[in-house]
Design a protein around this ligand. Structure first.
Ligand SMILES: Cc1cc2nc3c(=O)[nH]c(=O)nc-3n(C[C@H](O)[C@H](O)[C@H](O)COP(=O)(O)OP(=O)(O)OC[C@H]3O[C@@H](n4cnc5c(N)ncnc54)[C@H](O)[C@@H]3O)c2cc1C
Length: 450
């Protein structure tokens, strides 16, 4: 029988990588340390657990880079996207999922697969040579012993940043005589709904009092070794945004535009939005409200938000230190560790950022491992695709000196040639080109034969 490919970590990236490998008929040994050893953020033992938001962000494949990444992954047979599509909940134009159903589905598919052997164990050092080709997808919360081994091998100072999680509220505890359901500008989501968000309106006075409370609220102290760790700019705690200026949140997650308060018929001065978190619709998460306020301060301050005076919290926010590699320096273009090419990295530990990006890099690592096993040189997707642009950024396009985790965005793509339309139509040029070029990567022979 063909020897297996080892994959360490059953998160977003490891699960997708495992699926891609077994889909090519090659067996996998999947090492996942939960529940033997927990992480600071995961709650259960299922594969592909979403630790914070339940959103895979925009599902708009024509005008949005992450929506395009969804579509590319669907076309590449992604398990993560198939499970997300199956478990989606209303979220305007975003793809959001019931997190438990989603993780259960990925766990079911992988556990039932005859070519996958799961080992619930912590891997405490670099994979031994006798394992052969191995994918490390242990994520931003890689257990310390393995993280130390990676650091020793790479010779790099450990790279890290802070990521925070947002609170979840029980819907029944929200006051609907104040709040209302509406998507911004009534924009229709993939499920057809135009009223997918719960909106809590704040007037000027309430907003200013709220900002003052956030800035003054008691924060979780950093430990000494954490003090120089930067935040990920795309996921700043709200109290950090508030401290940057009184208007910052009003131009960010608390902007009131496109939302008509039924009590006034007008857009509110500011708003707090909540998005459905489970299929039952009993839980809603506070959008963009990641925080490192102490738990008691969170409850006190968030209950000053109109409509949330009696809010009960299923989970409060928190802050976690994430590690990642200096991938532009350490990895080759197909994610192999230059110093030990039998080891490939995937997921957020490579310095991509986000659930979808992590899964996409897992998909690539799985496919590269399959090609290699077949005696072929792995080929990266074209730079003009979302997967190719992201991969190229983390494996060399980014400046190694100032490397920080990166979400997929149109700035990573080469600018199309010729005169480009302005505004929204410009994005359409990028996405149409990406999907056409992806085809030649997915089906090289059929395109060559045309
Ligand atoms: C606190 C926090 C909040 C985040 N919030 C968001 C968000 O809201 N939206 C978003 O898009 N992204 C978010 N991210 C970023 C990122 O998208 C997620 O961390 C995502 O889960 C990364 O996928 P991954 O597969 O790389 O890692 P993970 O999904 O974390 O999977 C890694 C797996 O490896 C296992 N593991 C670790 N070490 C070992 C070992 N030594 N041996 C065996 N198994 C091991 C872990 O148990 C885990 O199951 C957040 C990250 C953190 C830490």
């Amino acid at each position: 029988m063909t020897s297996p490919i080892h994959i360490i970590g059953g998160g977003l990236a490891g699960s997708e990588a495992a699926w891609q490998v077994v889909s090519a008929g090659i067996p996998v040994i999947l090492h996942e340390m939960r529940p033997v050893r927990p992480t600071e953020a995961h709650k259960g033992e299922g594969f592909a657990e979403l630790v914070c938001s339940n959103s895979f962000r925009s599902d708009d494949k024509d005008y949005n880079a992450v929506g395009l990444l969804h579509e590319e992954m669907r076309r590449a047979g992604s398990l993560i996207l198939a499970a997300a599509d199956l478990c989606k909940v209303p979220a305007g134009s975003a793809l959001a999922v019931d997190r438990d159903a989603f993780s259960d589905e990925v766990t079911r598919v992988l556990s039932e697969h005859p070519l996958i052997e799961t080992r619930r164990e912590e891997v405490t050092g670099l994979p031994p040579a006798e394992w052969g080709p191995t994918i490390i997808a242990t994520g931003p919360l890689t257990a310390p012993a393995l993280a130390e081994a990676i650091k020793a091998e790479s010779g790099e100072e450990s790279l890290a940043f802070f990521d925070a999680i947002a609170p979840i509220v029980y819907r029944e505890s929200i006051d609907f005589s104040i709040c209302w359901m509406q998507s911004r500008y009534d924009k229709e989501g993939p499920g057809g709904g135009k009223a997918d968000y719960i909106n809590c309106p704040l007037d000027k006075e309430q907003y200013h009092a709220f900002i003052a409370a956030l800035v003054a609220g008691e924060k979780t102290e950093f430990k000494d070794w954490e003090k120089d760790t930067p935040y990920f700019e795309g996921c700043l705690p709200i109290e950090v945004m508030a401290s940057r200026g009184v208007e910052t949140l009003r131009y960010g997650p608390m902007k009131g535009v496109g939302l008509d308060d039924p009590r006034t018929g007008r857009w509110p001065y500011a708003v707090v939005q909540l998005r459905q978190d489970n299929a039952l619709g009993t839980l809603y998460n506070m959008v963009g409200f990641q925080t490192k306020l102490k738990h008691a301060a969170q409850v006190e301050i968030f209950r000053t938000i109109p409509g949330l005076e009696k809010a009960e919290f299923a989970r409060l926010g928190g802050l976690h230190r994430n590690i990642f590699l200096n991938s532009p320096r350490l990895l080759d273009p197909t994610l192999r560790l230059k110093s030990q090419p039998h080891i490939r990295f995937a997921g957020q530990v490579t310095g991509c950022e986000g659930y979808v990006e992590s899964a996409a890099v897992g998909l690539l690592a799985g496919r590269f491992a399959v090609a290699e096993r077949g005696g072929l040189e792995p080929v990266a997707p074209p730079l003009t695709t979302a997967m190719g642009a992201l991969l190229s950024h983390i494996t060399g396009g980014a400046e190694a000196e100032s490397f920080q985790p990166m979400n997929v965005n149109f700035g990573l793509f080469p600018v199309p040639e010729g005169k480009l339309p302005k505004g929204r139509d410009r994005k359409r040029v990028y996405t149409a080109r990406a999907l056409a070029d992806l085809e030649s990567w997915l089906n090289p022979t059929s395109v060559a034969a045309e």
